[in-house]
Design a protein around this ligand. Sequence first.
Ligand SMILES: [Zn+2]
Length: 715
Amino acid sequence: MRRSIVALATVAMALPGLAQPPAEAKTDTNPFFMEWETPFGMAPFEKIRAEHFLPAFEAGIAERRKEVEAIASNPAAPTFANTVEALEVGGTALSKVSNVFYTLVGAETNDELQAITKKVAPSLSALRDDMMLDEKLFARVKAVWEKRETSSLTPEQKRLVEETFKDFVRGGANLAPETRKRFREVNQELSLLGIRFGDNLLKETNGYRLVIEKKSDLAGLPPGVVAAAADAAKAAKLDGKWVFTLQYPSIWPFLTFSENRELRRQLLTAYSTRCDKGDESDNKALLAKMAALRAERAKLLGFATWADFVLDDNMAKTPARVYELLDRVWKPALEVAKADAKELEKALQADVPGAKLEPWDWHYYAEKVRKARFDLDDQELRPYFPLDRVREGAFSVANRLYGITFTERKDVPKYHAEVSTYEVKDADGTFLALFTTDYHPRAGKRGGAWCGRLRGQWVKDGKDVRPIVTNVMNFTRPAGDAPALLSLDEVETLFHEFGHALHGMLSRVTYRSMAGVPRDFVELPSQIMENWALEPTVLAGYAKHWKTNEPIPAALVEKIGKSSLYGQGFATVEYTAASYLDMNWHTLAEPKVEDATAYEKAALAKIGLIPEILPRYRSPYFSHIFGGGGGYSAGYYSYLWSEVLDSDAFDAFKEKGIFDPATATSFRRNVLEKGGTADAMTLYRAFRGREPSVQPLLVKRGLAPAAPPAPPASK
Ligand SMILES: [Zn+2]
């Protein structure tokens, strides 16, 4: 993920309401004020308590403000070293606390931490604004930027100068004095609205449960799903009952297998109406406000819309190019989905004569049709995907491609008992990174799957600081006497997030902020890994039955391959619909939306979304674009954009062999190690020798024929 140079390192004002930090925090028991004498310098989690964070943030922000002030008022003429580099390498104390704090806020949060996010956000936003809008500082950055061509800078240093300058301009440095106050207000408000959005969503997701009391209501559910629901009931002190929740490993298997149509309706409705019930957790007014504030912010900076502002810094560059890609897949995908809907409705009517297909029927009948057509059943696969085996499979792919090795370490501090830690070494045995995994859902974890970090990679005083990278997921828990058995989807997710992790672990940049890449490039390293997950030769190596250790039967692998296109219409439609929705919210020049529901409806009607399919996220729970920092706003299309790249890039491997050493080395050196040290398209061309083609993506999704159409007969 691209991180703004200054946001990461960030500035110092007293945190609101905390002019006097608690006395205890001032003493030397706060771990954030000490050196960490732990293995690999990992955060000493067992010593960190909630009350340590605010004082650490306050001190980190104060330190950063001091550094920035010293740089801005330096009497010496501005140089790369005393200005741009000095800004870049500072903010150490703030990074130290931020990395730990935001890791926990995602993976292991509680009310205390959530309250701290609200106190810290305005201070961080003010710090950033104070830096960006500091005229003395900007004048120095600009002076270095103007001389960048004539200075003797390395290519990475020159890039750092350009990115820093751009960051200031995008952060408001060129704003007229009379608009600066409003600009700051907008930033402050946006930072808080995003947090409230996420709070509401977490509350609504955790606040619902479907309690089943009669065994007959479990009809159709596989034993593993029933066992997990019984475990969940036990944990909720409802022994003898079964509990289903809105967390992924619970809701999706239920919707796929439950024969009880009414319960499917209840569960999906609870999911799709989150934060949309007109009560105090409703997110609609909040998100409309965010869209309006973003549009205002973009305008202040001279852009027509928020999307124009965001995309200017991405590979796509303009909204038009995003729409062009979405349109290209939308029409053929919708046709496939419509044909599928007809077939599914027929299957439904065999059960319920005259019934109309509804969104809560889709997964259930799609699974039935898939089973009938390909004789493939997701539950038949799970026994071959015990979590540990799949993880080892991912490690072994990385080993074959890049020669790197993984060794579990039990002596490293962790923030939860379910975290595992691995020492990662390069082919020659040198230390590369520490990698942690945290795979199962908990009440304090947000939904989804992501890759984060507890330490970034950079070169400090000539010494390579190696990173600490995290993978956090919400995978099916072990149930009964079986280990955690993953669905095919979860297997792909594991490889996906591991791909992000490789990008972080293999990084070789000099400056921390240069590790970041544009949003629509960042999914290339992750999505490309999904390709290896399902290659028959790779599957044969890791997919082994948890009980018998039998490798997955070749016939089953063949079925996976044959059925891989089934459901692509649905998947493409639900994803692309959400991407359109995102773009619609962020291409409004004057977004005064009174009724978010009506607005969403109109946006989806415009593209002709069929009522049997919901967009992958509806606006009130679209946390990619509205939650937290809203990192994917005007950016949800990125997955598809990156898929153009990863499909085309994987073709390069297929041409030479999927473990071809030269191709792997080229991918590592030109893409994975490079971070954002060069323009993304330049990096891609260095690997592929040309720009990417959209064709491999269309073929992979079954939206275009595999071979190019035969040339017309010559006359
Ligand atoms: Zn990703």
